[in-house]
Structures are given as C-alpha cells and as structure tokens.
Ligand binder design. Structure first.
Ligand code: PLP
Length: 394
C-alpha cells in the first residue's frame, strides 16, 4: 500500500555508517533507519549474535521462561531507573503497554474511573489508534476518528500550562492518571526538553500521584550521549518506553517501569513475538557492545563536532537557517520560519551529494547517524550537506 512517500532510492548493502544502492552508489547514512541502527550496518557483534541465536532457538511462547529475555530485562534494569520490563515489537506497542499500565494503575491504585493522560503538542508516540491519539499532531489523526478517549494536550516545555490543565481536570476529583512526554521531541522537530520544566513536572507528579511516562523510543539507548534521554534532564520517570535503537535494527520494543507502578497480572497484557529469544539475544548483544565499545563517549564527541559544523552552516546561510540543536547524535538544522525552501528540498539535494538525512517536520533537517560514526564521516557528511545546500540556493 502507498503508506510511504518514498524517495527514488533502493538500498541493498551496508557497512558501518555507509550504505550502497542497487546501482552501487555509496551514501553516508545519517538516517540509520531513523535513529535505529545503533551499531550501524553489518557490525560483527550483530552478525555473530543473529547467527548464534537463530541456530540455538529463535522463538518460543511467553508461556515458558525465556532466558535471553530475562538477561535483557536484567541488563536494562541494571542500566536504568526501572525495575521491571515488558517486551513487545515496536515503539507504538511499547507506548500502548505504558498507556494500559498507567490506566490500570489509575483504576486500582487511585480509584480513578475515567483516567486521562496528558501529552504534548508536536509530540509523536506512534501510529496505533491509542498512540496516534496520544500524538499531539492533528496531521497524523486526520480521517482516523473516532479517536481513543482519555487524552488531553498541553504545550511542550510550558509548566504553567501543564499546571493549569491538571488543576482544571482534577478540579472536582482526580482524573489525570499520567503525563506522557518525550525527553526530546524527535519527529516534532528535534526539540530538546527543558531541564527546569521536566524537574517541575517530576515534582508535580510526586505531589499528586500522577505517573510520569517518558517516551524514550527515539532518544533512548545512547542516542543522546547518555544511555537514556531522561539523564539529560536530571529526573527519573515512573514508566518509559524504548524501541528504535534497542535492537540495533531488529524489531523489538520494551516498556519499563519502577516496581511501584507494576500492577500487571497474568493475562493483563501480551505479545506473541514480544521478547522472543531471537530479538532479546540480539538486543542484549547490541546493548553490551554499546558499553564495551564506549560508544557513549563517541556519541558525545561526534555529536559536538556535528553540532559545531551545523551551527557554522547555519551561520553561513542566515537567510535559510536559524541554527542547529540537539543532544549527542540526534541533531537538527533548523530552517527560518520564512525560508524559501523546506526540509525535504535539502534532504533531496543531500541525497544527490551522497548523504542520507531525514526531515523532522517541514522546517528541520534531522541527522541521526549510527552511534559508531567516525570523526572523518562526520566531516564528510558536513561537506556533502554544505554542497547540497549550495545546490538548493543556486
Ligand atoms: C518512532 C517513534 C515511535 C513509534 O515507534 P514505532 O516502532 O514506529 O511504532 C514512538 N515514539 C517516538 C518518540 C518515536 O520516535
């Protein structure tokens, strides 16, 4: 079905941060399957993990204990603020699980009959009916109503507005079950969360019993130079979701939470493929490699080089760009509101120059390379991007 507006490009091979199309042309891949290929393409750790696990055992039902799933859950809880994990297959599903958990928590722990979840304008949480409803962007919801009830929207990074919304909704009796936010809005334009805002949100949640859910699907697993996006904000969520980078490109999602939120009982939630030996074995190898190969340091250093280069490009074309922003290796080059071009025009021109980048809305060009990207590749990407912008201007 024509659900994707595709570029005229067919990729067939990859190595590290490079991919080749069916005509043998090479591209620097600063999309990485949209912030997904943590270790890049063809990484020996992934080749080995995939090969070993498929030979050993690839799928059994969750009716039986799955050692690889237990090991991955152990790794994730050892390396985050969470105590518990549920595994599924995608970001949307991880957020669905978080929404269900928060609703059940509201029912059984706080006696809320009609739980409401607050989300932010310009957010992105997925494409299932509940997560597209949680997504605070009408363009994704158009023609899909009736949407799922129980969601309200607030402006991002605006504590006064959030406080007012909670006060209004909780006026007669508590109704707000959870606040669901991205630490940095990815699809919404690479818009980093404000530290003070998130600390105020955390305090509000502590004071009221409202659960704080963070959507770490795009920024988790090292993308920001910290293992989790929330570490940039100096707070801990009650529940968070992970997916994209977690398996380095094999389909896996996870919903993690602190012990006090875990109200699920056998039969409450399930996924046939979720957490099978294959995906968990590979995801565990990816996570271990991330730490063993000290990739967080690489993300920080390469990220700074990339942002410096993007800021220089923005300065060289002040009529086009207002600046660059991001954390670690999730960065955006931001177009002026009245710029004569859109992000897609720059993305197409970059492709001509042998660089893959992706829009984050009409006014932001997003760069999310594999976390193994080298300093040379960052400089080459910047040179190709600059040439592409010059082509667009000419
Ligand atoms: C990509 C994304 C999702 C959806 O993940 P899928 O695996 O496509 O379902 C949810 N939240 C955020 C922040 C994302 O970037």
């Amino acid at each position: 079905m024509k659900t994707y507006g595709r570029f005229p490009l067919a990729l067939e091979r990859g190595q590290g941060s490079r991919v080749w199309d069916t005509d043998g042309r090479e591209y620097l891949d600063f999309v990485a399957g949209i912030a997904t290929c943590t270790l890049g393409h063809g990484h020996p750790v992934m080749v080995e993990a995939v090969t070993q696990q498929i030979q050993k055992l690839h799928h059994v039902s969750n009716l039986y204990y799955i050692p690889e799933q237990g090991e991955l859950a152990h790794w994730l809880t050892q390396h985050s603020c969470a105590d518990k994990a549920f595994f599924c297959n995608s970001g949307a599903e991880a957020n669905e699980a978080a929404i269900k958990l928060a609703r059940k928590y509201a029912h059984v722990k706080r006696d809320i009959e009609f739980p409401i979840i607050l989300t932010a304008n310009a957010s992105f949480h997925g494409r299932t009916l509940a997560t597209v409803t949680a997504t605070g962007q009408p363009k994704y919801q158009k023609n899909f109503n009736p949407l799922v009830p129980g969601f309200h929207y607030v402006p991002y990074n605006d504590f006064a507005a959030l406080q007012a919304a909670v006060a209004e909704l909780d006026g007669d009796r508590p109704q707000v079950a959870a606040i669901l936010l991205e630490p940095l809005q990815g699809e919404g334009g690479v818009n980093p969360g404000d530290r003070e805002y998130f600390q105020q949100v955390r305090q509000l949640c502590d004071d009221t019993g409202i659960l704080l859910i963070l959507d770490e699907v795009q920024v988790g697993v090292g993308r920001t130079g910290k293992l989790w996006g929330y570490e940039n904000l100096g707070i801990e969520p009650d529940i968070f979701s992970s997916a994209k980078g977690l398996g380095g490109g094999i389909p896996i999602g996870a919903m993690l939470c602190k012990a006090h939120c875990d109200v699920f009982e056998p039969g409450d939630h399930a996924s046939t493929f979720g957490g099978n030996p294959f995906v968990c074995g590979v995801a565990l190898a990816v996570c271990q490699a991330l730490m063993r190969e000290r990739l967080l340091e690489n993300v920080q250093a390469r990220g700074e080089e990339l942002r410096a280069g993007l800021a220089a490009i923005a300065q060289a074309y002040p009529q086009l760009f207002s600046g660059a922003r991001g954390w670690g290796l999730i960065n955006g080059l931001v177009l002026q509101p009245d710029a004569s071009v859109k992000s897609i025009d720059i993305v197409k021109a970059a492709m001509e120059q042998g660089l893959l980048v992706v829009p984050a809305g009409p006014s932001v060009v997003r760069l999310v390379p594999p976390l193994v990207v080298t300093a040379d590749e960052v400089q080459t990407a910047l040179a190709r991007l600059k040439q592409a912008i010059q082509d667009v201007v000419d």
